[in-house]
Every structure is written in C-alpha cells, then in structure tokens.
Design a protein around this ligand. Structure first.
Ligand code: PAF
Length: 332
C-alpha cells in the first residue's frame, strides 16, 4: 500500500514536472509583440493593428501573441520609436510626426500642398520614391514595412473661422514635432507650438493653445469636437503613417515569419486607407452633428494659402532635392 502511494506520488510529481516543462516550452515558443500606437482602438490605427495581428496570427501558427497599447499607452510617438530602436517595444503604427527626426528624407512627404489627392499620395508612397525611403530606416536600427495613412490634415481651433492666411496670424496652433510643418506655419504667421500628442487634449482644454491640425480620421476618433469649435477643411498637407518593427524582432525571425509580418503590414495599411476613405465621406457630417462650425476653403482661398506658404519652399529646396519634389508633383 505504502509502495503504491509512493509510486503514485512520484508519478504525480513527474506529471507536474512535465506540465511545467511543456508550459515553459510553449511560453518560449510564443513571442509577445508589444504594439504601441497613439489613438483609440476604434480609430484607423486600431483597425490597422487588428488587421496586422489577424494576418500574422493566421500565418504563424500562434508563434506570436500581440499585446496592443492604444491611446499612447507606451508614450508619445517619438518615445515609442526609440523603444523600437532599443528593443523594448516590438512594433508600432505612427504618423510622420517625428519620423523625419530619424530619417530626414521622410520629411519630403510633409511638405504642404505637395499631393493633389489621396490617390496621388498613395501612388508615390507605394512607388519607387516611397519604397526607397522605407528602406532607409534600416540605417537607424528600424524596419519599416509599409506606408499607412491618416488623410489630409485640417485646422481646428477655438479662436475664429479661417478663410484667408491672415486668419491664422498669431494663432497658437499645436503642430507635430515636425520641422517641415513648423516652418510652414511660421511662414503663414501662426504661432506653431510643437507638442507630443498625449499633451494636446489637456492643452486645448486649458487654453494654452488655440488649436491643432489633424485629419478627419483623428478629429473624429479623438472626439476633438468636445474641445474645439471651428474646423477649417484646409487639406494643407497629406499625413502618411508607417508600420514599423524593431530590428531585434526582425533579425530573430525566420524568413517565413518575416513574410507574415510584411504581408500583414501591407494588409493593415490597406485597412487603414479604407477607414480613411470612409471617414473622408462621413466625417464632416458627424462633426457638424457634434456641434462643430465647419468651413471648407474654396479653390481661391486654398490658392492664397499656397501662395503665402511659398517662401517656405526655398527652405524645403535646400533640404530636399528640388528634382525629387518636382518628380513627386509630376507623378500621375
Ligand atoms: O498629430 C499627431 O501627432 C498625429 O497625427 C497623431 C494624432 C498622434 C496620430 O498619429
């Protein structure tokens, strides 16, 4: 009887040890992907993040488990990109806000009034020019997999309606930490205030800034109508986004898994663009319903803004090859 009990106890211990071992092996086999992004799960970023996860999971037999950190849960976009560089964060979806601080060439897409429409921008980003810029991220310890999208940026503020460049004079306008955008608004006579996104809503509430500028995808998904009165559909600059992973993650993956992350990112970018297409048609009605005073620049008014920002182009031509800018403009 005693012998039976002892055998039973050692069998149980053996089974428990096996269980622990199996648990440890499966924990080892499944890598966690911390995916950080600035906006809520119901935004274009959230939609892209879900799609990316779905595609990777479907193609990698559960070897990766995604953990989402929406709404700047891992910090501002600059901090998250730095996290990727040092390998503490595996993946992100970000705007072009701070990207030119890492790869200066990216800033060419931030030049105001460069793209005619979404299709023009998409053609350039998916073509040779855009793909060459993605490849440059390799030099700064990052792997850029696809261009996503936010849409064209518009101005919101609490001070006045905007119909001509003089209307933005002295306007305390939050911009991204993006030198190209800052130069543009300085040239227009506004008072650009670069700021990381997590501080923006409270700064608008406290009145330390009058306004900000972002695409409809952001204005709707962050409920900016609660803290901003005027929306001017200025479409002054296209706002790309990017899907990146850390080099540490990339270099540790098989070719098959790299392919899964790559195609997943491409599909995620498509989902993001579909979201933008949708919000471009439905967003204005929603914001009006929420009480915003919405105005759209006419073609002549837009031309006046283009004219007023022209001196900034001298600076842009010094930073970026004029031939490249012309090539982008000429892309059909
Ligand atoms: O304005 C910004 O900083 C960006 O557009 C945002 C809202 C963080 C989305 O990437």
């Amino acid at each position: 009887m005693k012998l039976f009990a002892r055998n039973l106890a050692s069998a149980a211990a053996f089974a428990a040890a096996l269980g622990i071992l199996a648990g440890a092996q499966s924990a080892q086999a499944q890598q966690e992907i911390k995916l950080g992004y600035a906006l809520a799960p119901n935004s274009h970023y959230g939609v892209a993040a879900d799609k990316w996860q779905e595609e990777v999971e479907a193609k990698t037999d559960g070897r990766y488990s995604f953990r989402h950190f929406p709404s700047s849960g891992l910090g501002g976009e600059r901090e998250v990109i730095e996290g990727l560089q040092i390998g503490t964060i595996e993946a992100t979806i970000v705007s072009s806000g701070t990207l030119s601080n890492f790869v200066p060439e990216t800033g060419v897409f931030d030049i105001p009034f460069l793209f005619r429409d979404l299709n023009h921008a998409r053609d350039v980003l998916d073509g040779e020019i855009g793909q060459n810029i993605l490849a440059k991220f390799d030099d700064v310890g990052l792997v850029a997999l696809a261009w996503g999208e936010q849409g064209f940026r518009h101005i919101t503020n609490n001070r006045n309606t905007i119909g001509k460049p003089e209307d933005v004079a002295g306007l305390k306008l939050r911009t991204m930490e993006n030198p190209i955008h800052i130069t543009a608004f300085e040239t227009l006579g506004a008072a650009p205030t670069p700021m990381a996104w997590p501080e923006v809503i409270s700064s608008l509430q406290q009145g330390t800034i009058d306004g900000q500028e972002n695409p409809l995808s952001v204005i709707t998904s962050t409920n900016l109508s609660e803290v901003q009165k005027y929306l001017t559909l200025s479409g002054h600059v296209y706002s790309p986004a990017m899907l990146l992973v850390s080099k540490q993650l990339w270099e540790g993956m098989s070719d098959e898994d790299k392919q899964a992350f790559q195609t997943g990112a491409t599909e995620a970018a498509k989902a993001m663009r579909a979201f933008v297409d949708n919000v471009e048609t439905s967003g204005v009605a929603q914001l009006k319903e929420e009480g915003m005073d919405v105005g759209e620049l006419t073609a002549e008014q837009k031309a006046a803004f283009q004219q007023a920002v022209q001196p900034a182009y001298e600076q842009y031509y010094e930073q970026y090859d004029k031939a490249l800018i012309d090539q982008i403009i000429a892309t059909k």
